[in-house]
Design a protein around this ligand. Sequence first.
Ligand code: GRG
Length: 307
Amino acid sequence: MNNEFISKLNDIAEQVNLYLDKNVASKDNLQKVVYEAMRYSLLAGGKRIRPVLAIEAAAVFGITAEKVMPFACAIEMIHTYSLIHDDLPAMDNDDFRRGRPSCHKQFDEATAILAGDALLTMAFEIASKGAIEADNVRGGIEAVKHIAYCAGTEGMIGGQIVDLDAETRKISEKELIYLCERKTGALLRVPVMVAAAVAGKENTSEADCLLEYADTVGLAFQIKDDILDVEGDINVLGKPIGSDKQEGKTTFVTLHGIEGSKKILRELTEKAFKACDRMRNFCKTEKQKEACEFLRELAVFLLERNY
Ligand code: GRG
């Protein structure tokens, strides 16, 4: 991988970590354990792909990272809540996440449920504060609405409930794509939606290009996840592999095999490149062009990732 890209990715992830650390602070009060559980899962070293996408999409639209940071971090908090709840015995029942015991193993089930709920709730507190303080208040409110929609019943929660149902029967490819677009895709699309809203670029050709990029990368992300569940390294992934097979789930790998899935992944990456190339035609400044190039590299990173 390109060293310059990795170093920029790490720099942005570090800015996100600092913001989260500061805004989801510990508290020494009677409910301090819920803060501990939130911070335990939130500050456990995730890749921060979703906030990175929001920040770089913002750069492509010509606005600074600072302007989208509250929304970008709210999305990461919602992503972390979803992982905490997904690991619970009532859902996927996974004991490890991000290389350490999952939240309910480290604490207990009730605390993990509340920590997830608290991350979701605080995400909206932080995003709303971001909207109130935004130069473009209307765009900020639109961003909050997009986050709610994409996390909700037409987005991630909708995808998760369809996924639970899909564990009980074989599903078609069409249903699998429907499920992935919501369960994984919605939280990868919303970073671009919030960046466009805050930048005042909604419903523009530029926004369409980046949304196509995000949707393509979102599907590729899930296919890569399915492949890693078969041939990933548990020590690098930070969670066990083989859970899909154990549960008899329909995945891209069960439908297309490993090689077939890798081929689809490469095709989707090519499609993401094309969306970036179209986007580049709208970029006026060097900064915007650099961000476009970064998104291209991000698609490669997600294709090649082993964690
Ligand atoms: C419980 C409401 C609710 C929803 C759960 C997203 C989700 C829905 C469950 C996660 C299950 C899963 C492993 C999905 C595959 C895609 C995915 C979200 C992988 C984890 O995301 P990464 O790789 O994780 O960005 P890090 O740890 O790097 O942030």
